[in-house]
Design a binder for this molecule. Structure first.
Ligand SMILES: [Zn+2]
Length: 242
């Protein structure tokens, strides 16, 4: 398939929330989304960054945003060109601008939708608004030729990744199935990233994603990712701890 995958930088945010581990205090992280330009008329966006207008998010996370329309314009696209939208999960920094995509069918895992409708999980109005065309999925699903949702729970109950077939091999948008490329290579560190009680699922999802043998792997909060599977063989057995 002549699909291509492109990283969009949508925001940077503080990691000072009560939900983050102490090692992340006083640092900022980047928030990435991914654009898949397909060989057909489909245009897929994976995640939509941080929304606007929430007092708590502004105060605690101090987001600096790049307008998503600006990022799309680099590829000659407008928000109305996006007809497929995938939320890897529904934390506030992954679904914040869903409402900017009125033409899009939105793919979310059904158990993610369920937990996101409970209090204090996310900013609910950023994904649950009048006119949102949400398609609740359970498990894996092909959403366009050569583009497949892969269920990868652990970071959240309904986290999902996206596998894209390209002429040069598979490209995996792992999203936040792991926090960084290094962590992914080590097989995952659930202490830092897993939803409480889902530590085993977190590790299983990473080993499952590794089994698809992608040429390139992309993450929500790490801009490393290209050809990292090749580097893996240089790590000692059992990986390295940093
Ligand atoms: Zn998250």
């Amino acid at each position: 398939m002549s699909h291509s995958v492109h990283r969009l930088h949508l925001a940077s945010v503080n990691l000072q929330g009560q939900f983050n581990p102490p090692t992340y205090l006083d640092t900022r992280i980047d928030v990435y989304a991914y654009l898949v330009i397909t060989g057909s008329s489909d245009v897929l966006l994976i995640d939509t960054g941080v929304g606007e207008g929430n007092e708590y998010i502004e105060r605690v996370f101090e987001p600096h945003r790049t307008p998503i329309a600006e990022e799309l314009a680099r590829f000659g696209l407008e928000t109305t060109d996006v007809n497929l939208l995938v939320n890897s999960h529904l934390h506030f920094d992954h679904c914040g601008n869903n409402q900017l995509f009125p033409s899009a069918e939105i793919f979310v895992q059904s158990n993610e939708l369920a937990i996101a409708r409970t209090p204090r999980y996310t900013v609910a109005e950023w994904f649950d608004y009048d006119g949102a065309r949400i398609n609740a999925v359970s498990g894996d699903r092909e959403i366009s030729a050569g583009i497949r949702l892969l269920s990868s729970p652990g970071h959240t109950p309904g986290h999902q990744s996206v596998l894209v077939e390209t002429v040069n091999g598979n490209v995996l948008v792992a999203a936040q199935a792991a926090y960084t490329a290094d962590e992914y290579l080590r097989g995952g560190d659930p202490a830092e990233q897993a939803h409480k009680g889902l530590e085993d699922q977190y590790l299983r999802s990473i080993s499952r994603l590794k089994s698809v043998a992608a040429r390139e792997i992309y993450f929500s909060h790490d801009d490393r990712g290209s050809v990292i599977e090749k580097e893996e063989k240089f790590l000692p057995p059992g990986g390295v701890k940093t």
